[in-house]
Structures are given as C-alpha cells and as structure tokens.
Design a protein around this ligand. Structure first.
Ligand code: 9D3
Length: 243
C-alpha cells in the first residue's frame, strides 16, 4: 500500500515515521509512505497557502492553488483522495477495512482552518476521526494510517485481529497478569481454573456485560447467538436487555 500525506506541518509526522509499526511495514515493503509539504507548491513571492474567506467570517481558509497543485502532482489514476475534516464521515474499524482494499491513498490535512470548498470537490471522501475539535488534520491522518498499518499483513499476529474488540462487535473482556493478588484485589478464580470452556464462557459474558453497560450503541443492529442470550439471561434475567 502506498500512502501520501499532504500537510503544511510535515515535521509533525517525524516520530510517526520512526515508530516501530511504521518502520517495520516500510522495511518489509508492505508500505510506502511519503509526507508532502504543501508549502513547497505555493506560488507568488509571498508563498501564501491561506487567505481570508469571501463573505466574511473568522479565520483563514486553505487556498486551492497550493493544495490542488500538490494533489495533482501526487495523484495517479488509482489514487483514493481523502480530505481530513471535522465535517467528514466519522471513522470506524469497518471503514479501516474498506480503505485497506485501496492500493494508493492520498490524505489531505488542513491546520487551524477550513479548506476552500473546491478542494472538497477534488476529494473522493471526507473523514473525521470523532466529535471533538483538534487544531488540524495531522493527528487524524496518523490515526487512520496507524489503523491501516496494523492491519497490513504481518505487522501483528493474525489471531489478535480476530479476537479484538470491534471486530466481533463487542468490547474486550478484562484481562489480568501476575500477581494473583494485588493490594487485596484477586484475579477471578475461573481464569486460574484451567477449564478452557468455563474461561471462554466467562470472557464472552464479561464482553457482553461491558458492551451493554458502556457502549449499548454498538449493539443496535447486532444479532445475538443462543449462547449469548443465555448469558444475558444470567446477567439481567432477560434474553435481550436492549432498550
Ligand atoms: C469554526 C469551524 N471549525 C469547524 C468545527 C473550523 C475548524 C476547526 C478545526 C476547521 C478545522 C479544524 C481542524 N480539525 C481538523 O482539521 C480535523 C478534525 C477535527 O478537528 N476533529 C476530528 N477529526 C478531524 S479530521 C480533521
């Protein structure tokens, strides 16, 4: 997979490029990553990348010329262009799997400001990483890249993707390691029992309980198995405690 990032703060990506996950994917040849400084495309003696908005309003707007020139220099016929924007579609794990199918991604990050709307038209989609205001699209770009790179074959053990939170629609069960007792708090007895079937049921029950109590929104369209319904009956006295 090839990823190119257009940004006016390329230095913000320095530590991301050095991070073990990223460095390993690049050296394996699974990833090519290029950080492009939009400012190098700015024209005119003042090299302006932004300007005030037509019609008035606070703040500055990223200009078409430097961003679209940088984009056109980076793009190929099979590029998928993503604009990072607080007005974009909220990102999730399902979306990560969709993007993993693309061979050539271009991520466009703004900073402090909005984009000229004609830049939005040049993108294939707009993505937000969540409902909070950041100072720019750089951390969202790194968030998306991190989620993709860890899914690239070989960077992590296959089994850990499958068991993971979100992949089966439930939050993770609580986990413990040594010691068995810490400040008077004990590791649940079942985990020490060696009874693999009992342990599997306990983990599933914990996952169900946590999801129902913390993130009921994740369960909106989920179907429950017979076993899950039985476990929820043990927990709440009913087989489907939603709503
Ligand atoms: C005054 C209106 N603001 C939008 C709510 C303007 C604005 C604020 C902050 C425009 C851009 C930004 C910087 N944020 C991003 O570029 C951004 C972002 C975010 O702030 N939150 C979650 N996801 C993203 S993706 C890009």
């Amino acid at each position: 997979m090839k990823i190119q990032v257009l940004t006016i703060f390329p230095e913000l990506f320095d530590s991301f490029l050095k991070a073990p996950l990223t460095a390993r994917a690049i050296s394996r040849g699974a990833l090519s990553l290029r950080i492009i400084d939009i400012r190098t495309y700015a024209e005119g003696s003042f090299r302006h990348i932004d300007d005030s908005p037509y019609g008035g309003g606070a703040g500055m707007i990223l200009k078409c010329q430097p961003v679209l020139d940088a984009l056109h220099a980076a793009e190929s016929p099979d590029s998928w262009r993503i604009l990072l924007s607080p007005s974009g579609r909220p990102y999730d794990q399902k979306h990560a799997h969709k993007l993993l199918q693309k061979e050539d991604l271009i991520l466009i990050a703004g900073h402090y400001e909005g984009f000229d709307a004609r830049i939005e038209e040049a993108a294939d989609e707009e993505i937000s990483t969540g409902d909070y205001i950041l100072s720019g699209g750089e951390l969202p770009a790194m968030t998306i890249m991190d989620s993709l790179i860890r899914l690239l074959d070989g960077t992590i053990r296959q089994e850990s993707t499958e068991e993971e939170s979100f992949e089966d629609g439930l939050l993770e069960y609580p986990q413990y390691t040594k010691p068995r007792s810490y400040e008077g708090k004990q590791v649940p007895e079942v985990l020490l029992s060696g009874n693999h079937e009992a342990i599997r049921r306990w983990k599933l029950k914990q996952s169900l309980q946590r999801t129902l109590e913390r993130r009921p929104d994740l369960l909106k369209d989920r179907k429950f198995t017979e076993e899950e319904q039985k476990l929820m009956e043990e927990l709440y006295g009913i087989r489907d405690p939603r709503n």
